[in-house]
Design a protein around this ligand. Sequence first.
Ligand SMILES: [Zn+2]
Length: 148
Amino acid sequence: MSDPKPSALNLMKCKCPRCRIGNMFEYGNPYSTTKFMKMKDSCEVCKQPYDLEVGFYYGSSYVSYALTVALSVATFVAWWVLIGFSLNDNRIFYWLTFNAILLLALQPWLMRFSRTLWLSFFVKYNKHWRTVPPQKTERMVEEHKHSW
Ligand SMILES: [Zn+2]
């Protein structure tokens, strides 16, 4: 017997990629300034460890960069279609300002979502997560946990 598969959109809510139910972060609010990046050691639902190796989450900066570029391209195209650009006025600078404010406002969520996506590249959804234990991490040093 297996549960219905939760949507991949749960990753946008920073859920564990293995069960898509457990939360990856200690606090639900990405805008709590001091503790919004505090992660749990492992999933409280399926026991998946979140720190796979020393410095694991350095790789999430590539994901964050790709997301930021994709979002900027999307707002650029939307602005182009809805408002337009011209050489005779400052509309491109209005878009630049709008885009910068949007990216700054979304930054806490983008950082968390990037870590979730990065982990999901290595840990796939497992419909037998209730019965099958997660893979052991091979290159984790206890003293170096959270050293990223
Ligand atoms: Zn889980």
